[in-house]
Design a protein. Structure first.
Ligand SMILES: [Mg+2]
Length: 221
């Protein structure tokens, strides 16, 4: 049971996302080579390295500050829209964290809702457009549902990871409407969107990271 995401859990979430991106970056580039220019895996590796750098340089164990530092680190990642959009996501998360020492399931849902709003202000893409939004929007809905049904943070993150994964998988049946891939029309059919896939990998990493901290706590009891 993980009732709160404190600083240690946040770092575990972020490290989980970094690890998952590193494991699957080749797959992301393969998908991007079908739908786009094949650089999404290396872009996400740069994003992962920057996230790790921001965690290493962070000094004061402050949720809002770390999220803001991650946001700035990601905003500067070149290689298409992924870095800036992820930067906006973390910028929204940071603003919502607003000095809180920890986030419960409700706080987590609110933070990701703010992150989603921040991204949605910058792109017209929504569910069905074959972008990262196909994973992000259902993941945030799952966090909201988790908060409203009394799930703890770990359960809520598990449901969010599953929703993001299902959302990314569902993009196989879609034709791209945004970015470089939109010029390829039906050629993108049958393959998941790389941006939705990387978003799903990140949510899977958040869940796995927090699960590990929970297991470590249980073992030390
Ligand atoms: Mg690309």
């Amino acid at each position: 049971m993980t009732t709160e995401i404190g600083f240690a859990e946040l770092v575990a979430m972020l490290n989980g996302a970094v690890a998952n991106i590193r494991t699957h970056h080749a797959r992301l580039s393969e998908l991007d080579a079908i739908n786009g220019d094949g650089d999404h895996g290396t872009t996400m590796l740069r994003a992962a390295a920057r996230m790790e750098g921001a965690i290493a340089e962070h000094k004061d164990r402050n949720l809002q500050a770390l999220l803001s530092e991650i946001a700035w680190a990601l905003l500067g990642v070149d290689g298409g829209a992924a870095g800036p959009l992820l930067g906006l996501l973390f910028s929204g998360l940071s603003q919502a964290a607003d000095g809180a020492p920890a986030l419960d399931a409700e706080g987590l849902a609110r933070a990701f809702e703010a992150g989603l709003a921040s991204v949605a202000g910058q792109t017209k893409a929504r569910v069905g457009d074959k972008t990262m939004m196909d994973a992000l929007i259902p993941a945030v809905s799952a966090l909201r549902k988790g908060a409203e049904t009394g799930q703890d943070c770990l359960q809520s993150l598990k449901c969010a990871a599953e929703a993001a994964g299902a959302g990314a998988e569902a993009t196989k049946a879609l034709t791209a409407k945004f970015g470089r891939a939109k010029n390829l029309g039906d050629r993108t059919l049958g393959y998941p969107d790389p941006g939705a896939t990387s978003l799903a990998l990140m949510f899977q990493g958040y869940w796995e990271g927090v699960q590990k901290t929970g297991a470590a706590e249980d073992a030390s009891r």
